[in-house]
Design a binder for this molecule. Sequence first.
Ligand code: ATP
Ligand code: MG
Length: 601
Amino acid sequence: MSGQRKGYIAKVSGPVVIAKGISDIKMGEVVYVGNEGLLGEVVRVSQDSFAVQVYEDTSGLRPKEPVTATGKLLVAELGPGLMGRVFDGVQRPLKSIEELVGPFVKRGVKVNPLPRNVKWHFKPSVKVGDKVSSGDIIGVVQETPLIEHRVMVPIGVSGKVKEVVPEGDYTVEDPVVILESDGRVVELTMKQEWPVRQPRPYKERLPSEVPLLIGQRIIDTFFPIAKGGAGAIPGGFGTGKTVTLHKVSMYSDSQIVVYIGCGERGNEIAEMLKEFPVLVDPKSGRPIIERSIIIANTSNMPVSAREASIYMGVTIAEYYRDQGYDVTLIADSTSRWAEALREIAGRLGELPVERGYPAYLPDKIAEFYERGGRVKALGSPERSGSVTVLGAVSPPGGDYNEPVTIHTLRFVGTMWALDTDLAYRRHFPAINWLKSFSQYADIIERWWVKNVSPEFPKYRRRALRLLTVASEIEAIASVVGEGALPDDQRLILLTSEIIKEGFLRQTALSGEDVFCKPEKQYWLLKMMMDFFDKSYELIRKRVSIEEILRMPEIYEMMRVKEDERGLQAVKELYERVMAKLDEIAQRHGVTLAVEAEEVVA
Ligand SMILES: Nc1ncnc2c1ncn2[C@@H]1O[C@H](COP(=O)(O)OP(=O)(O)OP(=O)(O)O)[C@@H](O)[C@H]1O
Ligand SMILES: [Mg+2]
């Protein structure tokens, strides 16, 4: 072909190739490398050469082999056909699970991300004569039984509708709307492209004030994440990062999940892929895969594609956000992604600053989390959507004092700190309640006040405070023995045990306790804190703690979360606990009035 810009390989260094011979090469340009035409992206341009990160295995590449420039940036192909599919980091569809675990041999093959032969039933929503511009919805397609795909005018395109196809079946390449735009004719199909390294534009950012409900009590009640927020889940080896993130993809109330399996073992992702089609969405009764997209870049796949996978995933998430959906983007694990960055930086001869990571590591981490948010989308009809970003962080040796964890914590609003000791004791989820934080908690409390109970903030704060005080008392108790503590301190310890066992601890596996509704979370906590208040009054009025410890309801409070009758069982137990304490009071001729607020207020 004439006009092709061709150069040649000068040097190969792992996933990075140094090439020469194309003087007008651009940063970020996609190139094809070597005789096989391996996909690569220009990551640095110098005076007489340029560096390419190659997204495929570079073994066997030799100097002097050709390099061809495309003039295009690395893009995501967007349109119907994404949902329910599995892609690698540069959006090549993976057809079978075997591709994940077997040796990754696919090289130089160009496969279209969206299938070209599938016909989608397109229902137009514009008519001849309408004026349309960036982001306007021109029609819809039922992409899966769970997701209606809203086909939008690509960013930067506008014009007057000249022709619209009738409702019917079309492929992603068939023109469905024809525009007249400044005297030119523009054909719109159901597919469009977007450069993955650029955030997609929106009309306006909206505050993140609604919780992403996960059904895990320690998260929803104590360390919530807002829809459109950013959260990190750091934890050492085997502490439960992946299990927790799977929970989020299965049970959270986001409409769409984009799951980036990034540098994890192939069999981990393969397992998940086997699980997803059989797992049923609790709200719709449909397979979860019908609202999920998986980007898989396992540890046996090329490291550059792992670097790109994060951007690919977030771009796809933004695209559905712009359609008006709440999307959760999960990256497991961002540490493996950062390692990919480090390796490429090393090959490029960048100066390492912290533990071998390049100086731009914090910027890259910030860029990733900042692509989360709740927005008003461009175009009409008016709609809002969100991308909630969640990243696992795997600090080596579980030591949080390392660059990826430190910088990540600067840019996220929530941290669920996994704890090796808790995991070792099989207290799951092993989220440490003293180290975790959520900056969304205050604003999300308003949602709880409105939707669950005006008393929620009070219970939440006091319970957290009680847990903190209890940890201090525990330290003393470990020296003097619990029996030597005054009764009020023993009551604090007892209540904190009830909260840990009956509230914080929650199975991820099966049964009633897998997903806990907000109202049930509230009633469990209310029961435990009201138990504390009443018991405290009794103790102040000289009733011995031993008498309270004898209540069989204490054990029940730790177990009622599993009762299949759900909320009703909690409310019934609540009544019984209160009646039992009143009975003790009566027996001792004590009147219960004031709350014990001052203790753990
Ligand atoms: N919420 C939970 N409920 C029950 N068991 C859990 C829970 N979380 C973790 N586990 C147990 O811990 C094991 C390890 O969890 P997981 O694979 O999620 O850890 P990880 O932090 O992702 O590990 P890695 O560092 O290897 O990626 C699980 O196989 C499971 O047995
Ligand atoms: Mg894991």
